[in-house]
Design a protein around this ligand. Structure first.
Ligand SMILES: [Zn+2]
Length: 309
C-alpha cells in the first residue's frame, strides 16, 4: 500500500498541457502502474499572487483539468471522495486519486462558500497558505498568524470535513491553529527542523502536537528539507527524519508527502516509481516490516478511515 499526501503534478500538467496517463514529470499513471494499492494526492496549487476572482478562475480551471484526467483514464484511476472509495478502487486494480488544495487562503477569503463547493468536488486537504501572506494566514516566509477570517475558515473547513494542512504555515499560524482547530490537522509535506533546520520543517513540539490530536505528517523528499546541505541529501536523511519522528512518538503518525513535481528531490527517489525503493531502503536500514508499511501508506490510510467517514 502506497499513500502519498502531496504532489503538484496536476497543476504542472495543466500549465504545460500534459497528460496524467503519460508524461515526463515525476508522476504519471504509467510510472505508477507497478505500485499495488496506490493512492496519490494531487494538489491544486494556487499561487500567492492570485486573489479573489482570479484565484477562483485558476482553481476552477485546474479542477476541470483534474476531472478530465479522471474521465480520460477510466479503468486506471478513480477519484476517492469517501473512505470506501479507496479500497473499492484498489480492488478493481486502479489507482486512487485524492484531491487537495495548496494555498487556498485568498480564494476562501473572497468567498467562504467555496469550502462547501470544494467539499462537493471531493477536496480532502487544504492549506491556507503557500510561503507568502494572504487574507487568512501567513506562510513560512512571513510573520503574522491567522486573521479573524482565517479562524473562521478553519471552522468552516471542519464543518465540511476537509482536513486542514499546516505544512506551509509559519510558527505563529501554527499556534493559532492549535488554539482554533477542534479536529485533527495534518502536515502533508514537512520534515523535522531538529534534523534539518529549514523553516518549512516542523519543530519537535509541533510534530508532537499533530500526533497528540490524531493527525499525520508526510515526509517530504525535497532536498532542502532533508539535509541542511542540499547537495548531500539522500536516502539516509529520510531515515534520520523518520528515526527522530519515531523517538517523538510518531509510530502511527509518519506518512509520505513526496512533493513530487513541486520540488527537487535526491537521485534514486526522483519519481513515483521509486516509492517501492524508498520502502525497501527503510527495510534494509533496519526498520520493521510493519513500521515500514505504516509509513508507506498504512498510517495515512488509517487517518482517512478515521476522518473521512
Ligand atoms: Zn508545498
Amino acid at each position: 500500500m502506497y499513500v502519498d499526501l502531496h504532489s503538484d503534478t496536476i497543476t504542472v500538467l495543466n500549465r504545460n498541457h500534459g497528460q496524467l496517463a503519460r508524461n515526463d514529470l515525476m508522476i504519471s499513471l504509467e510510472k505508477g502502474a507497478a505500485l499495488k494499492d496506490w493512492a496519490q494526492t494531487y494538489a491544486i496549487f494556487i499561487p500567492d499572487t492570485l486573489h479573489g476572482k482570479e484565484a477562483a478562475a485558476f482553481y476552477d480551471d485546474n479542477l476541470g483539468f483534474f476531472q478530465i484526467q479522471m474521465q480520460e483514464n477510466t479503468g486506471r484511476v478513480s477519484q476517492a471522495k469517501l473512505f470506501g472509495d479507496v479500497a473499492e478502487t484498489w480492488a478493481k486494480g486502479e489507482a486512487a486519486a485524492i484531491l487537495a488544495v495548496e494555498g487556498g487562503g485568498s480564494l476562501l477569503a473572497w468567498d467562504m462558500d467555496q469550502v462547501e463547493k470544494m467539499s462537493g468536488a471531493g477536496v480532502k486537504f487544504i492549506s491556507l497558505t503557500w510561503n507568502g501572506k494572504n487574507e487568512l494566514a501567513s506562510g513560512n516566509e512571513t510573520q503574522e498568524g491567522l486573521s479573524e477570517l482565517g479562524r473562521e475558515a478553519v471552522a468552516e473547513l471542519e464543518r465540511w470535513n476537509i482536513t486542514l494542512d499546516v505544512s506551509h504555515l509559519n510558527d505563529k499560524g501554527f499556534d493559532d491553529v492549535v488554539h482554533t482547530a477542534k479536529k485533527p490537522f495534518i502536515a502533508t509535506h514537512s520534515n523535522l527542523r531538529s534534523v534539518c533546520g529549514h523553516k518549512r520543517n516542523l519543530t519537535d513540539d509541533q510534530f508532537k502536537e499533530i500526533a497528540r490530536r490524531g493527525g499525520i505528517v508526510g515526509i517530504n523528499f525535497c532536498k532542502s528539507f532533508l539535509n541542511g546541505d542540499r547537495d548531500k541529501a539522500g536516502f539516509p536523511d529520510l531515515l534520520r527524519h523518520i528515526e527522530r519522528m519515531l523517538s517523538l512518538g510518531g509510530e502511527n503518525v509518519i506518512a509520505i508527502g513526496s512533493d513530487f513535481d513541486g520540488t527537487t528531490v535526491p537521485d534514486g527517489m526522483g519519481s513515483v516509481e521509486n516509492l517501492a525503493d524508498v520502502g525497501n531502503y527503510l527495510l534494509r536500514a533496519g526498520l520493521g516490516e510493519t513500521q515500514v508499511e505504516k509509513i508507506m501508506g498504512g498510517n495515512a490510510y488509517e487517518f482517512l478511515r478515521r476522518t473521512w467517514g
